[in-house]
Ligand binder design. Sequence first.
Ligand code: ATP
Ligand code: FE
Length: 366
Amino acid sequence: FTILGIETSCDDTGCAVIDGAGNVLGESLYSQNAIHVRYGGVNPFIAHELHREHIETAVTEALSTAKIKIKDIDAVAVTVKPGLLLSLQVGVQYAKYICMEYNKPIIPVHHMEAHALVARIYHNLPFPFIVLLISGGHCLLCLVQDVNQFFLLGESLDNAPGEILDKVARRMKLKNIKEYSQLAGGKAVEEAAKKANNSQQFQFPLPLNRNRDCNFSFSGLKDSLVRKLIKKEKEHGITGDCLIPEYNDLCASFQIALAEHLGHRLERAIIFCEEKNLINPNNKNIVVSGGVACNDFIFKSMQFVAGKSGYSCYRPPPKVCTDNGIMIAWNGVEKLKKSYQIQYDLPLSEIDPIAPLGKSLIHEVK
Ligand code: ATP
Ligand code: FE
């Protein structure tokens, strides 16, 4: 069978047509990143306008590259939560319209579940597995027990790592470097870090060092970076739009601090799952996904941590780590294979900007 996936939860209009085996038959992606970078963050009203402008083209393009007509699609999967209300509405309304017009089943998708499960297209990953979701809006550690069974092990107490990287990139004025001006904050930090001479130059505290749970906190790291930056700016007498000369080193040191914190919490999740016998000892897998998983240094650090406990660590290809239609279509495939209840319409009340992921184990995780 073939599924059309539609993603509009934040600032990317992404569509894809895939088959039951996860082959991507056609896709399209209209990213608004370059526009929002100019405004210093995602503007919900601009995002809404641009989704409305692109949605029809994005769907048509995914179908035409797949050489398939809407009438031959078996179902439409669409992100209903979590995300920006106005953005979610555009995708859901368009999916509802198609399903009504062509009498197709509609499959509501949780954006974070889709980020987690899409790795199963590319790697042999039986349930259960541990997933670390690191993105622009979330930082979550979950045990994935089935397509619709997620147990939350830990989450961020403040910001998300992608959000922090975007803020750090802005504060460091990385977009004034021409090659970085169009890049997502996290990508700009990664590129700058690659050029570092001394990645040990700046030291950061390890957040929640003494907590035995699996939660995260990033605001202290950001504050620490800003203090170091201000100190260096004073030292060099820098004002206005100039960067400090050590910006590459500062990016590299910060990236190490982020990876250490993420790895530390991942270790806690592994210990907890093993103590409770939640993992199959013959199939120990970890998935890292979400936009920040594109970061090679961070991903390799997670592979290292996983490897120490005998786990394999996987991620989807980078362009599938950030928002895309493929992961939404794949979630539709997974749900259809499990033959959950089939519906032909969706009440708009299913749109939920702040939907938590899975049943919480947080209070037990210590
Ligand atoms: P959420 O999925 O939580 O709703 P989102 O969909 O906005 O948030 P994603 O598209 O998954 O987030 O990821 C976007 C984030 O990924 C941005 O914050 C961006 O800075 C970050 N990012 C992209 N590339 C990289 C990279 N190479 N290294 C680190 N971070 C990156
Ligand atoms: Fe996302």
